[in-house]
Write a protein that binds this ligand. Structure first.
Ligand SMILES: [Zn+2]
Length: 279
């Protein structure tokens, strides 16, 4: 019996030894696998990580990009205080709003009063605007476009001079605002010119860029120049990059006139037709 003790001991020790080895091997495999997933994960979104490491990456989806959500009460959105707007209910992403408040305070010191006249508009709101123009319920330059421009492509181009196609607007994102006035001529002289000069010189210090700069060599396509439209770069830039990689013209659908999206290349020419510091 006494002689049997060591052999039983040896057997148990060996069993323990091999079991430990097996666990060690499994452990190493698991460790290797998790290291692999940790190293490949950030590479997929490297542009995003560089631009804004604190970005809520759950917004990098086609549904969000195309505005198919309700901003009122959406996580990450806040209501704009009436004193900064024209009084109507408007919403912005919290970070964009906080940056705007800082910019507003700095501008005020220089005698500039920035007012938000449009902020987040989701797909469904944009669809109402677009379809009213598409069907002729709302006249464009005094014309019923459904009669004046029966060809889908031509009618879409005309509406695009003033309004985005549903699913393609930067206003879907909660990062973009229209300031003070929507008339190009208003920004050419007097108060308008003073406001634009201030924004052009300082908006980037607060994270804002002008996506629709003067059309030319560096921005050959898309909307005409919009002095009033400003975009919060730390969030809108990753969304623009996400659109470049994932959004296609056939995803722009669900409204009257959507058949023109491919012909126009609304994603390539309009969604990505931005310039200046927004890229
Ligand atoms: Zn705008």
């Amino acid at each position: 019996m006494l002689e049997g003790v060591p052999s039983a001991f040896n057997f148990t020790t060996m069993k323990l030894f091999y079991t430990s080895l097996a666990f060690l091997f499994i452990g190493l495999l698991a460790c290797g696998a998790s290291q692999e997933s940790q190293t490949t994960q950030p590479e997929e979104n490297s542009t995003v990580a560089v631009v804004n490491p604190t970005l809520d990456t759950s917004i990098l989806s086609i549904a969000y990009l195309t505005g198919k959500f309700e901003p009122a009460g959406h996580v990450g959105f806040v209501k704009i205080e009436a004193k900064y707007s024209d009084g109507s209910e408007m919403w912005l992403r919290k970070e964009a709003y906080e940056a705007f408040l800082k910019m507003h305070a700095a501008a005020l010191k220089d005698g500039i009063n920035l007012r938000i006249i449009s902020a987040t508009r989701n797909f469904y709101r944009q669809k109402q605007i677009w379809e009213a123009k598409w069907t002729g319920t709302r006249k464009v330059e005094g014309k019923d476009l459904s009669v004046a421009l029966p060809k889908a492509g031509e009618r879409a181009y005309k509406i695009l001079e003033y309004s985005s196609m549903p699913g393609t607007s930067r206003h879907h994102w909660g990062t973009d605002i229209d300031l003070n006035n929507l008339e190009p001529s208003w920004f050419k002289s007097g108060e308008g010119a003073k406001i634009y000069a201030w924004l052009d010189a300082h908006a980037n210090e607060f994270g804002f860029c002008q996506p629709y700069t003067k059309k030319g060599e560096d921005r050959p396509f898309g909307y005409n120049e919009e002095h009033w439209h400003w975009s919060y770069v730390p969030i809108s830039k990753p969304l623009t990059e996400f659109a470049r990689q994932n959004l296609t013209n056939d995803m722009i659908e669900g409204f009257k006139g959507a058949e023109a999206a491919g012909e126009i290349d609304v994603v390539g020419k309009y969604v990505l037709g931005v310039g200046g510091r927004c890229l």
